[in-house]
Design a protein around this ligand. Structure first.
Ligand code: HEC
Length: 152
């Protein structure tokens, strides 16, 4: 069941990646130190308003599929697979939020159902045209992290 959920979500999500910006750290080159990714993946600050849209967008972050978020009460369906993200910006430093979004396995366990949004380690049976792509672009990750940091 877990595997099926993962496969479904990845199939739905992986379609919409990956424009690379100049100066962007490639997914394989991201350095995680002590669970933190210290610097912006693009060198550009995230845009929280943009991140809020990506969070809710069913074809991008689709975070609401698994997480409740009271700040988004205009959206009807919030999933309960992961914890509520109320207060996530108070629980985690931005450098840790960045790691969670880039590759949740690095912070939680290998078995987490949360996808790595900027990782190429997405498991087996990935559609051939999607190999080497990430779910979000580096700047979209930065935007989502900027948004999460506002959830205090
Ligand atoms: C398929 C379900 C799923 C999706 C989609 C998902 N997550 Fe998660 N997330 C989880 C689970 C489950 C956990 C808890 C860690 C664990 O047990 O694996 C988690 C944990 C987290 C945490 C830490 C929670 C806390 O407050 O301690 C954050 C932050 C987070 N997710 C952000 C996001 C964001 C942002 C997105 C969208 C870009 C997202 N998640 C998409 C399942 C998901």
């Amino acid at each position: 069941m877990r595997v099926q959920l993962k496969t479904l979500l990845l199939g739905a999500l992986l379609g919409c990646s990956t424009a690379l910006y100049a100066g962007t750290i490639a997914p394989g080159d991201v350095k995680i130190e002590g669970l933190a990714i210290a610097d912006s993946l693009t060198g550009v600050a995230g845009d929280a308003a943009e991140g809020r849209k990506i969070f809710a967008n069913r074809k991008q972050g689709n975070c609401l599929a698994c997480h409740a978020n009271s700040e988004m009460s205009e959206h009807l369906f919030h999933g309960g697979v992961g914890p509520s993200l109320d207060g996530a910006g108070a629980r985690w430093q931005p450098e840790m939020l960045r790691t969670i979004v880039v590759n949740a396995k690095a912070v939680f366990t290998e078995e987490t159902v949360m996808p790595g949004f900027y990782s190429l380690e997405v498991g087996e049976n990935v559609r051939e045209d999607l190999i080497g792509k990430t779910i979000l672009t580096a700047q979209q990750v930065e935007d989502v992290v900027a948004y999460l940091a506002t959830l205090k």
